[in-house]
Design a binder for this molecule. Structure first.
Ligand SMILES: O=C(O)[C@H](O)[C@@H](O)[C@H](O)[C@H](O)COP(=O)(O)O
Length: 231
């Protein structure tokens, strides 16, 4: 595994540095492939990073597609919606003209038809991703790869691009990109903050089953991973 663990003094500094690194990846993808796509995580950690990235002026945002690593199966009017978070924090100002591909495709549950609808949209994504930014929960989940997830094995191995998953710790049903699809990226980041998550990462780096801490599947994938951490 190639793990580059970077520590920053505080949250604003981390947000700025991560935004600069992702912006570089977006610009390189546009320079070499004419367009760029990124997949970002939701949750409580990435707000400041989203704001810093969205304010970046020297990106041709008209050539950028933003999507989510995973989503709770809720409409964008819900305060649990990761799409709402991205729209409110990132897709403002210069970034407002970027395309956004939502994972939620309507209805109460992510049944086969709903996931097929999402997948039909996701095949339109510029490939590979320029950057994928993962988060991590204290239970060792990343994306919606939750311990006890009903489709966890497929989520970690299937082509996808996305699938539905339910798990005791996940709240509402989820939809997530599969790990193989997320690894089709120029750059992979893990953004975590606080001592508790640093300890969770240490634990995940030690021996133990993937099913117990699914983030291990990422750590053991062999893909170069850059960790952005601050207290
Ligand atoms: O929708 C989500 O919840 C996520 O995309 C998820 O995988 C998240 O990254 C972790 O749960 C960390 O969440 P926090 O940042 O809230 O700790």
């Amino acid at each position: 595994m190639t793990l580059d663990r970077r520590s920053f003094a505080d949250k604003p500094t981390l947000a700025k540095e991560l935004a600069e690194s992702v912006a570089d990846r977006i610009r390189s993808a546009i320079a070499t492939r004419g367009e760029a796509s990124i997949a970002v995580s939701g949750g409580s950690t990435p707000g400041k990073f989203f704001q810093a990235l969205g304010k970046t002026r020297d990106i041709d945002w008209s050539k950028v597609t933003v999507t989510l690593v995973d989503e709770r199966w809720v409409p964008e009017t819900s305060d649990r919606s990761n799409a709402l978070l991205v729209n409110e924090k990132m897709l403002q100002g210069p970034a407002a003209i970027a395309r956004f591909f939502p994972l939620y495709s309507g209805g109460e549950v992510p049944d086969e038809a709903a996931v097929a609808k999402t997948n039909a949209l996701m095949v339109e994504l510029p490939k590979p991703f320029a950057a994928v930014i993962l988060g991590m929960g204290n239970d060792g989940h990343t994306a919606s790869f939750f311990p006890g997830g009903d489709t966890l094995d497929q989520a970690l191995t299937a082509e996808g691009p996305t699938l539905a998953l339910e798990a005791p710790g996940a709240g509402e049903p989820r939809i997530t990109f599969t790990l193989p699809r997320l690894l089709e990226t120029d750059a992979l980041y893990l953004h975590i903050e606080g001592d508790e998550k640093a300890a969770v990462l240490d634990k995940a780096l030690a021996d133990g089953p993937v099913a117990e801490m699914p983030v291990r599947a990422v750590l053991r994938s062999g893909a170069p991973l850059t960790v952005y951490w601050c207290p």
